[in-house]
Write a protein that binds this ligand. Structure first.
Ligand code: SAM
Ligand code: DTB
Ligand code: SF4
Length: 333
């Protein structure tokens, strides 16, 4: 059995990332099969509960107030609107529901109380509930945990060296601190990044190095391909080569064998064959539904066809949890 290591060196990760592509895929597919059922892919749904008007300057993001994009500002949704969306997601076969807010950080106010109610509601339905709300204090993480939050998404996005070319309004250490608050509150950690933002291969290795050397690996590592959005500084970035996506996924799988590696943003421009290679390399989750937070994603029916062709089956919720919160019969895709 491949051992779980938290002491990978940058040189070792570089060597894996640069190995001949077919050898790399063979190795990652082997590690994947040691720890996971290779036919199983988790289907997750995203909902933007508060959209746009964000004070941060993340160059990739259509929700930053300072860039002129087509995104319409939408204040925090009502709890019942969110519950209805979660029910629809569950009925179409989703087992994780992730709520995103275009906030720099959580503030202790009525909006946060409302998010806590959303978390309670979705957890009560037997779905893995996840949030991505920006920076959190230890106390806020604890409150989310007490409300039933299962996972928190907070991406490192890129390497520490490339970070200030992408974002200037918060630091890498801010991100790491939030991750440690999430970990301390016993919430499952979801953290990964984006490729295709003008970073070097070395930057990608750098990000994977930080993630794989955390005291505990994130349970979930999203690998996003940049979705370039008109009006953002990265609007003209070329599409990231599929081979780079595969190298990223395979390397993440090899160095963090137990993590769920999520083939996240960017599927809209990928063929079934390209996505199949990503699953072969060890990706085992997708976001379903025709919208991510604000950008397009493949239609549910198209993904159903893909699951059928590739003989994939949706994974049940709470599979890795020591104590399943609620036992619930899932509706198959
Ligand atoms: N505002 C919170 C934050 O930044 O932590 C949560 C929401 S934010 C939209 C969640 C993540 O979405 C970002 O960290 C980034 O990795 C990803 N993301 C945003 N825009 C993207 C884009 N155009 N393409 C790919 N990923 C993107
Ligand atoms: C993550 O790593 N990818 C998802 C989720 N975490 C929140 C979000 C991708 C957002 C893509 C841009 C958009 O739709 O606004
Ligand atoms: Fe705001 Fe998050 Fe977008 Fe950055 S990624 S601009 S913090 S919504």
């Amino acid at each position: 059995m491949t051992v779980i290591r938290n002491n990978w060196t940058r040189a070792e990760i570089t060597e894996i990332y640069n190995s001949p592509i077919l050898d790399l895929i063979y190795r990652s597919a082997t590690v994947h099969r040691e720890y996971h059922d290779a036919q199983e892919v988790q289907v997750c749904t995203l909902l933007s509960v508060k959209t746009g008007g964000c004070p941060e300057d993340c160059s990739y993001c259509p929700q930053a107030a300072r860039y002129h994009t087509d995104v319409k500002v939408q204040k925090l949704l009502e709890v019942d609107e969110v519950i209805t969306a979660a029910k629809n997601a569950q009925e179409s076969g989703s087992t994780r529901f992730c709520m995103g807010a275009a906030w720099r950080e959580v503030r202790d106010n009525k909006d946060f109380d409302k998010v806590l109610d959303m978390v309670k509601g979705v957890n009560g339905m037997g779905m893995e509930v996840c949030c991505t709300l920006g920076m959190l204090t230890e106390e806020q993480a604890q409150k989310l945990h007490d409300a039933g939050l299962y996972a928190y998404n907070h991406n490192l996005d890129t390497s520490e060296e490339h970070y200030d070319k992408i974002i200037s309004t918060r630091t890498y250490d801010d991100r790491l601190n939030t991750l440690s608050h999430v970990r301390k509150a016993k919430i499952s950690v979801c953290s990964g990044g984006i490729i295709g933002m003008g970073e070097s291969h070395n930057d990608r290795v750098g990000m994977l190095h930080v993630l794989s050397n955390l005291p505990e690996h994130p349970e979930s590592v999203p690998v996003n391909a940049l979705v370039p959005v008109e009006g953002t500084p990265l609007e003209a970035q070329p599409r990231v080569p599929i081979w780079d996506m595969i190298r990223m996924i395979a390397t993440a799988r090899i160095i963090m064998p137990k993590a769920m590696v999520r083939l996240s943003a960017g599927r809209i421009t990928m063929s079934f064959e390209e996505q199949a290679m990503c699953f072969m390399a060890g990706a085992n989750s997708i976001f379903a539904g025709d919208k991510l937070l604000t950008t397009p994603n493949p239609e549910v029916d198209r993904d159903k066809d893909m699951f059928q062709i590739l003989n994939l089956k949706p994974r049940k919720s709470f599979k890795d949890a020591t104590k399943p919160q609620v036992s619930f019969e899932q509706i198959p895709v």
